[in-house]
Design a protein around this ligand. Structure first.
Ligand SMILES: [Zn+2]
Length: 567
């Protein structure tokens, strides 16, 4: 932010002080640096605060990353808001308005109170008064190339896909994509047995010049993807769980929220220990909903799950950091990443939380003889109170345990704490095994993995050499204790040559293939910050890529879980 200028007015609305050009002096708090102290001059009854937000961020990272370009903008109100210290965000009323170029349209969960002016260069839109909490939770997506599509029109409340794109061609999504999202709306209703919003807007930015991520809100979601995501099939599949994930948060995260994340305003610190429910359960359900909505085939889902499960199962950081600690330290781990992530561990409560909840689901199905499932828990837990307007219903760990026990009696507290608090050498794969599958390794990458490598310009040797490398030869990570690590390779080094020839991904794959069994080791020339060295990788296990393999005769619960619920 920049340009914080405060002026004061008297009862007649006119400036009430001539000192300092009518400006009121402010001082920044020395500890809480987004807090400002000022003294209101005598005879002054109101303050006007002018605050600029400089939208110059880089197009990487999370919500602080770039949100606007020449033709579109995503306005997150928290970037332009100051509010009185100490108030409850739900008590403070705000009447928002925005000014936009005349050729732009917009989408938001806020309710508009005026009609657009015709012919002006810019126009202002006003919205109904809302609480500060609702304002912060209701961003506005605007753009020149904009399209709003009604989803599942027979469903009430109403749902809209609002898209702002880099160009008009990116808005031309095929009808089957729209049908996928309509199915998502129906499947979520069938799963949660409730809705907790007046209207829901998927606010989708399709752009190559903004940061790519998703951010949940109660009545909308901020979903940012590459420009061609809705018109290129491979991109659509790989980004397929983003909208289902953020939509799920309207129930799990916004309506039902861990009590220690439900603070009364934005200055109060939050505690993250239940993020394995907030995000782990959402990750599980978002992925299941992607399959139930037809965004993914069952093959897509299994390939995604195999990769996730195999990665966590070969994750050396498990030795020292348990799953619970990845949630408790989330504030720091969200900003971590880069090399040696496998030893540090990151926000693993997403993928490992997903495995835990799959384990819970298959356990309920087995213990109830197929009569109950996690869907029964969700109908009651997320559907508490039936259809409601947006509000927060907080929960604790004990509430989760009680909710599960009401579906199937079990020592759920021990079940969960054992997976959260102990340093288990292997990932919790009970849900995959209970679902009738096992993680195994094939000599060829899955179609899913091939798509990922093509779009990300990477090559996957994680389960063979123990390294991730891009097509330019830069190592993006190395598995601690794996063959590449033992040979002396590390993240950010660059592969220059493989067995005496200039590095190409195909050459390295051939070298791994030829080294299998009693073949020769692999000689690499690598560059490390301007220094070159020759390293020999002693690996003879051949190419290995994870797959889910069906266990003959075991009940195929995983296939059942992925079947649509909506009639
Ligand atoms: Zn999430």
């Amino acid at each position: 932010m920049a340009g914080l200028i405060v002026t004061a007015q008297g009862a007649n609305g006119q400036p009430c002080t001539t000192a300092n050009d009518g400006k009121v002096k402010w001082d920044r708090d020395k500890l809480e640096m987004y807090s400002f102290h000022l003294t209101v001059p005598e005879n002054c009854t109101s303050l006007t605060v002018k605050l600029d937000f400089l939208a110059t961020a880089a197009p990487t990272g999370f919500s602080a990353g770039a949100s606007t370009n020449e033709n579109l903008a995503m306005l997150s109100w928290n970037t332009v808001v100051l509010y009185p210290d100490g108030v409850n965000a739900s008590d403070l009323r705000v009447t928002p308005s925005i000014t936009l170029p005349s050729a732009w349209q917009f989408g938001t969960a806020l309710r508009r109170t005026d009609q657009p002016a015709v012919g002006a260069q810019t126009y202002s839109a006003s919205f109904e008064p809302v609480s500060l909490e609702t304002l912060i939770d209701s961003p506005v997506l605007a753009g020149k190339f904009f399209r709003e599509i009604a989803l599942a029109p027979e469903v009430t409340p109403k749902h809209f896909l609002d898209i702002a794109a880099d160009g008009p061609e990116d808005l031309a999504l095929p009808p089957e994509r729209v049908e996928n999202f309509s199915r998502l709306v129906r499947e979520a209703g069938a799963l949660y047995q409730s809705r907790h919003y007046g209207e829901y807007h998927f606010l989708v930015t399709l752009s190559d010049s903004v940061a790519h991520f998703g951010l949940e809100h109660h009545q909308s979601s901020d979903d940012r993807m590459a420009a061609k995501t809705f018109i290129e099939a491979d991109r659509f599949v790989l980004a397929g769980s983003l909208l289902p994930h953020e939509f799920t948060h309207s129930w799990n995260g916004k309506y039902r929220r861990p009590a220690d994340l439900a603070t009364s305003n934005y200055q109060k610190p939050m505690e993250d220990d239940l993020l394995w429910v907030y995000e782990g359960l959402t990750q599980y359900l978002g992925d299941v909903l992607a399959a139930r909505s037809g965004i993914w085939t069952q093959d897509d889902y299994r390939a995604m799950l195999a990769e996730k499960a195999a990665t966590l199962d070969n994750w050396p950081g498990r030795q020292w950091r348990n799953l619970q600690d990845t949630a408790t330290m989330a504030q720091v781990l969200y900003g971590a990443g880069g090399g040696w992530d496998n030893w540090r561990r990151g926000v693993d409560f997403y993928p490992e939380g997903e495995l835990v909840w799959l384990d819970v689901d298959t356990t309920i199905r087995k213990m109830s003889g197929g009569k109950k499932s996690l869907d029964d828990f969700l109908g009651k837990f997320e559907g508490l109170g039936g259809n409601t307007s947006p509000k927060v219903v907080p929960y604790t760990f004990e509430d989760v345990v009680a909710g599960l026990s009401a579906v199937v009696p079990n020592d759920w507290a021990s079940f969960l704490r054992q997976r959260l608090d102990t340093n288990q050498a292997h990932a919790p794969l009970g849900g995959i095994e209970g679902g009738g599958y096992k993680v195994s390794y094939a000599p060829q990458p899955s179609a899913w993995s091939e798509k990922e490598n093509t779009l990300n310009t990477t090559v996957d040797f994680w389960f063979s050499l123990g390294l991730h490398v891009n097509t330019a030869g830069v190592l993006t990570d190395v598995l601690k204790g794996g063959p590449a690590d033992k040979a002396g390779l590390g993240p950010d080094m660059r592969l220059v040559a493989v067995n005496g020839r200039s590095y190409t991904p195909a050459l390295l794959r051939t070298a791994v293939y030829n080294a299998e069994g009693s073949g020769p080791g692999i000689e690499l020339i690598v560059e490390n910050s301007g220094f070159y060295k020759l390293l020999k990788v002693d690996y003879h296990g051949g190419e290995r890529y994870p797959v889910l393999e069906r266990v003959a005769g075991a009940p195929d619960l995983l296939d059942d879980i992925l079947k649509p619920l909506a009639k």
